[in-house]
Design a protein around this ligand. Structure first.
Ligand code: ADP
Ligand code: ZN
Length: 731
């Protein structure tokens, strides 16, 4: 291998996947794979985990073995790789004898680069012994949280992977997961015996998702409101029980929606049919229990609606993560009620008793449940709350993408006084009663329960008479969610005060209370969906979607494997007429171009002729760079200082212990902000000239056209720096 194999990987990524750049974490993850160093990579769904092990596999000899929990998932991945010219095979129980022989032959002949298989096949089996003879240098464990008891999706067959090292002593082991708290992370590293792993944790925020949380008042009606905001788009509706799934599906179908059901109680054939209908875009809505999802990879899911609360924040993150994997704006609506918690509690207790589980097991389950309930009732920005749950900070004061920040809810005026009234009432009833009784006292209810205890004589009796009961109940739970009131665990969930309660009562601690919209605001309905390219022709987009569906059926693949939505949207905006123009679109690699390019060009041309639309519309000029001053960061200051002295990226990266990708970003910022007289310290003069000349033609809005213009000879990092220089000069 060359001294730095990364450029070769980048070329492969451009050729096969059509991506111009790696995301910063992908680069680091890929470097770990290339260096043969174990790694643990935690990236949210949609973060691009698969590229981390697939791209290096393409440029190396030998084999990468990928462990994956579901056959459907493997089949999808292998088919998808074939589409883009990456040789991969799978070995699983569903293969025919002929398929098996073909897979073995591809491995023996050295044509297969990736082998997908299930965990139980990889340890001490014939498959395992066969693979051992064929130079396995990398084992990638996908959905690695399945190995941990503490995760939310423990799978016993993953436990066998603890012996992986025994059978593949020379291979590096890499674990990938979308959801892992610190504890699960440690567990994964221990179970898989990772040696000094590179641990990479991505940013958990999904900025393209808008989160809304609503009390459930009419599940069907509320779910229909969500679907109606996204006509013709793909969506998933999660229900708690199988019976709810069946009921919801029938009701939606009766209402004319193209909905299919999916749950573990259906026959495998019915389940497969439902999954395929959804993947082939014959159905728009899948109504499912949580059993659905891991096997599906439709990147253009535009909404996920939960008709009931999930049982953990991890589940929620993973299920909502299926929305908007293509990065386009998508919506997540969660309906909940106190009944969901009770249902889950009894299910948990029952299954713990039946399985004779260790007490920690039940405790962990109840804790997950509590945290989820806290999220539903919290008055904290949803993006912030989710990101914090995974141990990260969220800096922006407002996300502009959740019910709380978008103003679906209203702040309660005098929240502090209201909170003080509620807390004093808890104190007056001597911390001996549950929510219902405290509400009765505050609202001045004339009941036997209140009178019998003399609570109608308390000073807090009737203090919040005018507040509707539902609101008052929300507020009590919001106080619990913010940690200033506690609810005892166990059979009698009485309300208790803590130190924080007294701070609120003394007025030394701030509190926020909100009044929820019982229904979503109509104003939330989208007109032109934000995030789609401005100037996109919506009719052409539809025409291309139809074409994609038809071509996918003909080629026996899934529509997203033809082209993702992002590519269709860009086609409908720029309306290219040549292969070259098509090639400039991010996500169009050589292989898909060969298979489908000509046909799409023909249809685009025909549509434009018919409607008189202009073609080959150049991309808009880069929006004026935001003039927000960067957040103060000692790291950036340090990088700037080194750049002022003319230090190279490699040296600065080594000095600061940062990934070159990160340092390159700093360098681009530096060049843009400080406008140095020359950038020849980082990009050779002749390269600067070539890039500048190409930018005259293609502009500086996007890197890929210039990269292609220069025959891929100039790395993206150099183009980015020159662009920054040109922008800085013009700006
Ligand atoms: P995950 O497995 O982490 O959920 P995927 O591997 O499915 O994520 O990738 C999510 C989406 O991001 C896919 O649509 C993929 O094509 C896209 N993607 C991945 N890496 C890149 C990249 N470097 N540049 C552009 N798009 C990317
Ligand atoms: Zn927010």
């Amino acid at each position: 291998m060359p001294a730095d194999p990364l450029p070769e990987v980048l070329a492969a990524v451009a050729r096969h996947w059509g991506f111009a750049t790696l995301r910063p974490l992908q680069e680091r993850a890929i470097r770990a794979v290339l260096a043969g160093r174990d790694s643990l990579v935690v990236l949210p769904t949609g973060g691009g985990k698969s590229l981390c092990f697939q791209a290096p596999a393409v440029v190396r000899g030998g084999l990468t073995v990928v462990v994956s929990p579901l056959i459907a998932l493997m089949k999808d991945q292998v088919d998808g790789l074939a589409r883009i010219g990456v040789p991969a095979v799978r070995i699983d129980s569903s293969l025919s004898a002929a398929d098996k022989a073909a897979a073995a032959k591809a491995i023996r002949g050295g044509t297969a680069r990736l082998v997908f298989t299930s965990p139980e096949r990889l340890v001490n089996t014939d498959v395992c012994r066969f693979l051992r003879d064929h130079q396995v240098h990398t084992v990638a464990v996908d959905e690695a949280h399945c190995v941990s008891h503490w995760g939310h999706d423990f799978r016993p067959e993953y436990r066998q992977l603890a012996r992986l090292r025994e059978f593949f002593p020379d291979a590096a082991v890499h674990a990938y997961t979308a959801t892992a708290t610190e504890r699960v992370r440690q567990d994964i590293a221990e179970q898989l015996h990772l040696t000094d792993p590179e641990v990479l944790v991505g940013n958990f925020d999904r900025p393209n998702l808008t989160y809304r949380v609503l009390p459930r008042v009419d599940a069907l009606g509320q779910v229909r409101e969500v679907i109606d905001r996204h006509p013709g788009d793909a969506g998933i509706v999660y229900c708690l029980r199988r019976a709810d799934v069946d009921r919801m599906t029938s009701a939606l179908r009766a209402g004319g929606y193209r909905a299919v059901a999916y749950h573990a109680g259906m026959t495998p054939e019915d389940r497969r049919a439902a999954q395929e209908a959804f993947a082939a875009e014959e159905a728009d809505v899948v109504v499912a229990t949580v059993a659905f999802g891991m096997g599906i990879d439709r990147s253009n899911v535009r909404y996920v609606a939960h008709a009931a609360m999930p049982k953990s924040v991890e589940h929620y993150q993973q299920e909502t993560g299926r929305a908007g994997r293509d990065g386009l704006p998508s919506e997540c609506v969660l309906l909940h009620s106190g009944a969901d918690i009770l249902t889950f509690k009894s299910v948990l207790e029952k299954s713990a008793a039946e399985a004779n589980a260790a007490p920690e097991f039940l405790a962990a389950g109840l804790k997950h449940l509590d945290e989820m309930a806290g999220y539903c009732r919290g008055a904290v920005c949803r993006h912030r709350a989710l990101v914090r749950y995974f141990g990260q900070e969220y800096d922006a004061p407002s996300c502009q993408a959740c019910d709380l920040c978008l103003g679906d809810t209203t702040d309660v005026p005098d929240a502090r006084v209201v909170a003080q009234k509620i807390l004093s009432c808890v104190a007056r009833v001597k911390e001996g009663f549950g929510v219902a009784h405290v509400l009765d006292v505050l609202r001045g209810a004339d009941t036997a329960g209140v009178r019998g205890r003399g609570h109608h004589e308390l000073s807090t009796y009737g203090l919040l008479k005018e507040v509707p009961k539902a609101d008052l109940r929300d507020w009590v739970h919001q106080l619990i969610g913010q940690g200033v009131l506690e609810q005892a665990a166990g059979e009698y969930p009485v309300l208790k005060l803590n130190a924080a309660s007294w701070e609120v009562m003394r007025g030394t601690r701030d509190i926020r209370l909100i009044r929820l919209a019982r229904r979503e605001k109509q104003s939330a309905a989208p007109g032109a969906a934000p995030g789609l390219p401005p100037g996109m022709d919506a009719d052409l987009f539809e025409v291309l979607r139809q074409l994609r569906r038809q071509e996918a059926a003909r080629a026996g693949v899934q529509p997203y494997q033809v082209f993702p939505d992002t590519v269709l949207a860009e086609m409908a905006r720029g309306r290219p007429t040549t292969e070259d123009a098509l090639r400039r679109i991010s996500g169009v690699g050589e292989y898909r171009l060969q298979s489908f390019g000509g046909l799409f060009l023909k249809v685009i041309a025909a549509h434009c002729r018919k409607t008189g639309l202009t073609t080959d519309v150049p991309p808009p000029k880069a929006a004026a760079p935001l003039v927000l001053p960067p957040k103060p960061s000692p790291r950036r200051d340090e990088a700037y200082r080194l750049f002022r002295g003319g230090m190279s990226v490699a040296d600065a990266a080594a000095r600061m212990g940062l990934a070159p990708a990160t340092v390159n970003e700093y360098l681009a910022e530096f060049v843009r902000a400080e406008r140095p007289a020359s950038i020849f310290a980082w990009v050779p003069e002749d390269v600067c000239e070539r890039v500048a000349a190409a930018a005259e033609v293609h502009g500086t809005a996007r890197l890929k056209p210039v990269f292609l213009e220069l025959n891929g000879e100039v790395p993206y990092d150099h183009i980015r720096i020159v662009f920054a220089f040109l922008d800085g000069r013009n700006g």
